[in-house]
Design a protein around this ligand. Structure first.
Ligand code: UDP
Length: 311
């Protein structure tokens, strides 16, 4: 099997490349390092079967040789990144997805879109099932990401229905683990970095908003299972264990042994109040569910950041 991973040098992409190589899959990793990095690929760079192409998938994608899959992960994914890169975020979700689908069609490859729980916006239905259409503000600051991914889902289904491309849509809920950038702005890397450097943990709002965090190895297993299951409709992949952000901050303090205080900062515009995946579809159709509980995953992640900060 030969697979293209767009965004392969990103946080999730690099873990996925590593996993695929372990399954004996040949991996062509493509990235423009806008939010990914060569360092993320250091573990796989010299492995047989791995090649890298520096390319922005918003431009026409040329690949030599056959491909069995196009796994389209390329996109800024943290709120801080997509607020700083609004046009690139819209372009990669729209033009990048179009190019990646065109490539899949011409290679007769299957296509997987990394979509997001953000398609549900600030949800009015809880937990979120795949048949919920969402509550998204198209013109708010997060709209650049949410609407790009919603367009990406629409064009993926259009290529499936109109061109017969074999497609998958994975709706990825909040994920974490080693290799998230220290300054990526998302809650888990931010809190861990703050805890390990003795800085106060910055909880936005009153911290009562909830998220459900999955460890990256569970996500990668879910993507692999989805590739092997002929489901063209979207599938949520996430850990249904839901917690408030204040509880998350406290948990990170306990697990890291840090003495930092918790401070409260203004809640960003359109910050979703709740988020929890209904994973019935993944459980029943893929036989998948998360295995890593939050304490275990956070411990692994804290250890990784500790090494990075002391390196
Ligand atoms: N958050 C926070 N402090 C931070 C960073 C994020 O309290 O330093 C909150 C943020 O407002 C949101 C939640 O943590 O309610 C998760 O934010 P993240 O950026 O990780 O991802 P999101 O789920 O919003 O896309």
């Amino acid at each position: 099997m030969r697979v293209l991973v767009t965004g392969g040098a990103g946080f999730i992409g690099s873990h996925l490349c590593e996993f695929l190589l372990e399954q004996g899959v040949e991996v062509l990793c493509m990235d423009n390092f806008i939010t990914g990095s060569a360092e993320n690929c250091a573990a796989v760079r010299d492995r047989p079967g791995f090649t890298f192409a520096l390319h922005n998938v918003t431009e026409y994608i040329a690949v030599d040789g056959p491909l069995d899959w196009v796994l389209h992960l390329a996109s800024p994914a943290s709120p801080r990144d997509y607020l700083e890169l609004p046009i690139q975020t819209l372009k990669v979700g729209a033009l990048g997805t179009h190019n990646a689908l065109g490539l899949a069609k011409s290679k007769r490859a299957a296509f997987l879109l990394a979509s997001t729980s953000e398609v549900y916006g600030d949800p009015l239905v809880h937990p979120q099932r795949e048949d919920y259409w969402g509550n998204v503000n198209p013109i708010g600051p997060r709209g650049v990401y949410d609407e790009a991914k919603r367009f990406a889902e629409a064009i993926t289904m259009a290529y499936h229905r109109y061109h017969g491309v074999d497609t998958r849509i994975v709706r990825i809920f909040n994920s974490y683990g080693p290799r998230m950038r220290l300054n990526d702005g998302r809650a888990i890397p931010t809190f861990i970095t703050q805890a390990l450097t003795g800085a106060p943990l910055t909880v936005y709002g009153d911290g009562s908003q909830t998220r459900s965090f999955q460890f990256v190895s569970d996500l990668v297993q879910g993507i692999w299972k989805l590739m092997h299951t002929p489901v063209n409709d979207p599938v949520n992949i996430g850990n249904p264990y839901e917690m408030t952000l204040l509880d998350l901050a406290k948990r990170i303090l306990v697990l890291s042994g840090a003495q930092s205080e918790i401070v409260f900062r203004p809640l960003p515009v359109d910050d979703p109040k709740v988020r929890q995946p209904d994973i019935t579809r993944a459980r029943t159709l893929l036989g998948w569910e998360p295995r890593v509980d939050v304490d275990e995953g956070l411990r692994i992640t804290i250890d990784w950041y500790r090494q990075r900060l002391h390196a």
